[in-house]
Design a protein around this ligand. Structure first.
Ligand code: 13P
Ligand code: SF4
Length: 317
């Protein structure tokens, strides 16, 4: 099955027939983004999923995102075109590891990135995404210790911005973003003087971006550490002719649509998330034809996780 106009028409017809809304993350293949009813970052999609009037949500993204939609709307049918679409970051901490960590800091507030399993969310006080992580941590009593997990680079970014000292950070990473390294960013920034930098906080190079600004290679106001949704807002507002983008390459599609006059270049054009790309045109078609794969979260786990996810969608709104 290839993406084509006929394919897109069939997808839309089947979705209507099922009473389903199609959500797609900014890292999805361009054809999947274009056929979706809503495209966005993890926070925006969680909010849309929570409020959707439809009884069925087809989540074109990775498993934890579909799981989050199910946690928020247990009565809805949530489908993902391929349930094997995992996330290396979500895999970097297990519920047992979190239990042990919490035992070391019994009074701490646990902040988990939305890129975690439902079980880990159930052991969490507040979830966050890259677009509201700073607001979430800033909302916590300054005297309480914070356990932040699982992404070390996002954690370091939040610590830098909030200036918080009493914050422990788990040493997890996303293999796609960690692979966008400082040397590459530095080389690209030097080869493209005048370009702005949009850097996702999960990137291994987020610190190098600030270093480049500190050393005067790139003016400070031209270095932006942003979630994927934040990048789109910044793209619409930028006066720059060229922007270097440090995140998963799927992002370029929405950026180019949002600001066609700007030249967006990937800092690392091999930074493609293999899990996001499991959602192929064929997989989406099969999903709508067969009603598979359905996402299940057992009720007790969903119940425990819901409060932390609800706090996430309320903060920074
Ligand atoms: P955001 O869309 O929230 O920026 O998240 C990026 C990501 O890596 C999701 O897997
Ligand atoms: Fe997970 Fe990284 Fe893929 Fe995002 S890009 S879904 S964090 S593996």
């Amino acid at each position: 099955v290839e993406a084509s106009e006929e394919w897109a028409a069939e997808i839309k017809r089947l979705a209507r027939e099922r009473g389903a809304t199609l959500l797609a993350h900014n890292y999805q293949l361009p054809a999947i983004q274009d056929v979706a009813d809503h495209v966005g970052d993890s926070l925006a999609l969680s909010r849309i999923a929570a409020e959707a009037p439809e009884d069925t949500i087809v989540f074109c993204g990775v498993h934890f995102m579909a799981e989050t939609a199910k946690i928020l709307s247990p009565a809805k049918t949530v489908l993902i075109p391929d349930e094997r679409a995992g996330c290396s970051l979500a895999d970097s901490i297990t519920a047992d590891q979190l239990r042990e960590w919490k035992a070391e800091y019994p009074d701490a507030v646990v902040v988990s990135y939305v890129n975690t399993t439902a079980e880990v969310k159930g052991l969490t006080d507040i979830c966050c995404t890259s677009s509201n992580a700073v607001d979430v941590v800033a909302s916590i009593d300054p005297d309480r210790e914070v356990l932040f997990l699982p992404d070390q680079f996002l954690g370091a970014h939040v610590k830098r911005v909030t200036g918080r000292k009493n914050m422990q950070i788990w040493a997890g990473e996303c293999h796609v973003h960690a692979g966008i390294n400082g040397d590459e960013l530095t080389a690209q920034a030097k080869a493209h003087p005048g370009a702005e930098l949009f850097v996702h906080p999960e990137c291994g190079c987020a610190t190098s971006a600030l270093y480049l600004a500190g050393e005067g290679f790139v003016p400070e106001d031209k270095v932006k550490i942003l979630s994927t949704g934040g990048m789109l807002d910044a793209a619409r507002a930028t006066g720059a002719k060229q922007v270097l983008v440090a995140t998963e390459v799927g992002m370029l599609h929405q950026l180019r649509k949002a600001a066609p006059e700007v030249d967006f270049q990937a800092v690392n054009d091999r930074a493609s998330c293999p899990y996001m790309k499991m959602i192929t045109p064929a997989a989406l078609l099969r999903c709508l034809l067969e009603g598979k794969d359905e996402v299940h979260v057992d009720l007790a786990t969903a119940e425990r996780a819901r409060k932390s996810v609800q706090r996430m969608i309320e903060i920074g709104n």
